[in-house]
Design a protein around this ligand. Structure first.
Ligand code: DC
Length: 224
């Protein structure tokens, strides 16, 4: 069987990462959460007081950013390292979620992140989730999946995730943040979130994790 590249795109909190992780684990592929890279860049900008409209400072800052994923055997997950420091917890906080979409609209940021992502896909055998993976990062990916779920289901999932981490936010706040991000992600000038023409839509509003994995695995095997 040939190794392939699988692109998983979709809106925030609709189960993209869950599906991408399941697929990578089952196929013994590398999993890359491209959103984590935009989140780590956002964290760096916030911590170093880089204003999002200061293009000179942004270009300079990007030269000082090194992003790497580190596989953690105990959790079976890959954590995000920003300049060698594990920032996996921090990049999931609400303050990052509130700032990451504007950061992801910045051209220099996208050029930087996309180049790093394309490098990771050179050897194939990779599942990457994000917004522009099937359209911009890997337009030739053998399998492209566009994941959707209805808004209430997404809000509930995200809220439960934040609760589990002890973050006290209301469902209304979560919904507002999700809808705001949807708007920014789909309307930005560079690589907006959109379904690639050859992507398969997977609406998982009423699917269990096992059911969505079975579907995606079948599509993957047909393309290997
Ligand atoms: O998947 P996520 O919610 O962790 O992504 C965080 C933000 O990063 C999201 O608001 C949009 C942006 N993003 C992007 O623009 N392109 C990607 N390939 C992945 C994420």
């Amino acid at each position: 069987m040939n190794k392939i590249v699988i692109a998983v795109d979709g809106f925030s909190s609709c189960g993209k990462s869950t599906l991408a992780k399941q697929l990578a684990k089952t196929l013994n592929y590398i999993f890359v959460d491209s959103g984590a890279m935009y989140r780590a860049i956002t964290l760096y900008f916030l911590e170093n007081n880089i204003r999002f409209n200061d293009t000179v400072a942004i270009e300079r800052a990007l030269k000082n950013i090194q992003l790497k994923f580190e596989y953690v055997a105990e959790t079976g997950k890959s954590d995000m390292l920003l300049n060698g420091v594990n920032v996996e917890q921090q990049i999931r906080e609400m303050r990052i979620s509130e700032n990451v979409s504007p950061v992801a609209t910045i051209e220099a940021v996208r050029t930087f992140a996309v180049a790093a992502q394309q490098q990771m896909g050179k050897e194939k055998g990779l599942v990457m989730d994000g917004r522009d993976i099937g359209t911009t990062v890997f337009p030739d990916a053998e399998l492209k999946i566009f994941v959707t779920a209805n808004t209430d289901v997404r809000v509930e999932r995200r809220w439960l995730e934040l609760q589990a981490k002890g973050e006290q936010v209301s469902k209304d706040e979560v919904k507002k943040n999700l809808l705001e991000r949807d708007h920014i992600d789909t309307t930005r000038a560079i690589s907006p979130l959109q379904k690639a023409a050859d992507a398969i839509v997977l609406d998982n509003s009423n699917l269990t994790r096992e059911q969505q994995l079975a579907l995606a695995l079948q599509w993957a095997k047909e393309r290997m």
